[in-house]
Design a protein around this ligand. Structure first.
Ligand code: SF4
Length: 491
């Protein structure tokens, strides 16, 4: 996961780029809650502020006055390589002999250990233990005079998933890996009234130009954050493409590798916001159709359909419509607690379920429930939910999952990197049903996912469902989240 945002904002207040990048990042909070940061450039120097915590605590109004410049990038982190420590927060920053660079990265590299051997001075030169820090160091060291040329030399050596926003003194650059595992979109700050992003709020601060050469531009992980900053979706950054944003110029495109699109299908099933669009599809609609498919594949006689809030809601709505059963909200979700799946430790995850979800007794007591969720990873969360519903008086609990079983770990940006954490890797569906305490369990098939997407299989990565990894994964390196910390210990 991780959320990235970039902005090039001509004119306006000196802190407007940082404010827009922060505002855009707020719409990406669901993608990572461990740390947040913003880097800006005023054309002469790159400045950075980052810390551990949620965006609203890290990037409050007091930070803005020092973040001056027309260029900004922002990042919120969900760790897949390296621990949750301040040093590993992003954007990264490095001053090299030829350039100063800051980078925000969504994804995970699979040849980190190999790349480390290419860094002169090795691990001791890295202040942090993330694959992004290593990539930043390699780019800053690269003797090419220009950042674009440095990227063209370094990126072909990099394997895995990376959607990057890169800031140097003069530019914001968006980069997507050749498979485009993680999304990245280009937006144009809409011509007309410029939305106020000042702390005071409300006042219109100026006009965006209708002319592309004077316009403001954004890069973001998801289209929903373009909506929030008042930007129009222009297009996806293509797999294998760099999009270069400079003041006073329309965006430039440089292709550095041939595209072989394999967007993570889980982005559409679960990760991204339902108000975002991917592959031309609204994700709420996609998930609702997955619920319809699920109802046709796993019908069951029951009294009502309810979601596991919030992410199971669109599929539950589709299931209810297709099966002709009433839809009810059977659990209250405390929205002030973090998302269970992206909490970094098992202890926190378990506590998270109980503080986050509380059954509505009036809705569930005495009822035969169909409970729709979007995934089962370890099974412990679903088990706890079933327990809570039974304790609240549910007569039957039938669990329906709007994704196939997860048999294989992800190495491209989701922290499920050990097979033993995945319940489906070692248990049959009947065993999982027993473990979670359900009356029945049904998963959507890959065929059902594709029917809901109405797109061909080969446009997507389905590796955690079928083991067909688009980029080979070296066993000894990529299966270790703490590969760079281990490199220190081994010295
Ligand atoms: S392995 Fe699964 S979660 Fe990872 S990129 Fe592929 S589809 Fe997405």
């Amino acid at each position: 996961m991780c959320g990235v945002f970039g902005a090039v904002v001509p004119g306006g207040e000196p802190t407007e780029a940082a404010a827009i990048a922060t505002l855009g990042l707020f719409a990406l909070q669901h993608r990572g809650q461990e740390s947040a940061g913003v880097a800006v450039s005023d054309g002469e120097q790159v400045m950075l502020y980052k810390d551990l915590g949620m965006i609203s605590t890290v990037l409050d109004e007091r930070r803005l006055p020092s973040l001056r410049g027309n260029l900004a990038i922002a990042h919120c982190r969900y760790s897949t390589t390296g621990s949750t420590v301040w040093e590993n927060a992003q954007p990264t920053y490095r001053q090299g002999p030829r350039r100063a660079l800051a980078i925000g990265h969504n994804g995970n590299l699979v040849n980190t250990r190999d790349l480390l051997t290419q860094l002169s001075g090795g691990r001791s030169r890295l202040p942090a233990s993330t694959d992004t820090e290593l990539l930043t160091a390699l780019l800053a060291d690269e003797p090419a005079t220009d950042t674009i040329e440095a990227l063209q030399r370094v990126l072909p050596r990099v394997q895995g998933a990376f959607s990057l926003v890169i800031l140097d003194r003069q530019r914001v650059i968006g980069v997507r890996d050749p498979n485009g595992f993680r999304p990245l979109v280009l937006g144009r700050l809409a011509a007309g009234a410029r939305p106020s992003v000042s702390a005071a709020g409300g006042a219109v601060t100026g006009l965006w130009a209708a002319d592309d050469s004077e316009a403001g531009w954004c890069l973001s992980s998801e289209t929903s954050s373009l909506d929030i900053v008042g930007a129009e979706f222009v297009r996806d950054v293509e797999p294998g493409e760099m999009v270069i944003l400079e003041l006073g110029q329309p965006p430039r495109s440089v292709r550095y590798a041939e595209a072989d699109p394999k967007l993570c299908v889980f982005e559409l099933i679960y990760f991204a916001r339902p108000d975002s669009y991917m592959e031309g599809r609204n994700l709420y609609e996609v998930r609702r159709r997955m619920g319809e498919q699920l109802a046709s594949e796993h019908p069951v006689d029951a009294d009502l359909v309810m979601p596991v809030p919030d992410t199971g809601a669109p599929a539950a709505a589709g299931f209810a419509e297709a099966s002709g059963l009433p839809y009810r909200e059977g659990m209250y979700r405390n929205r002030y607690a973090g998302r269970t799946f992206i909490q970094p430790s098992a202890g926190l995850r378990h506590r998270g379920v109980t503080i986050k979800l509380n059954p509505l007794r009036e809705v569930v007591a005495g009822k035969r429930l169909i409970v729709v969720d979007d995934s089962i990873v370890r099974g412990t969360t679903t088990k706890r939910i079933v327990e809570l519903l039974r304790k609240a008086g549910a007569a039957e609990v039938h669990v329906r999952i709007s994704a196939p079983p997860i048999f294989h770990p992800c190495f491209y940006g989701i922290d499920t990197s050990i097979e033993t954490e995945l319940i489906a890797a070692s248990h049959t569906e009947a065993e999982i049903s027993d473990f979670i305490g359900a009356d029945s369990l049904g998963y959507l098939s890959i065929r059902g996912v594709l029917a809901a997407l109405d797109l061909p299989y080969d446009r997507f990565c389905f590796a955690c469902f079928d083991g067909n990894y688009p980029v080979p994964v070296p066993y000894d390196a990529a299966r270790r989240k703490f590969v760079l910390e281990e490199a220190v210990a081994a010295r």
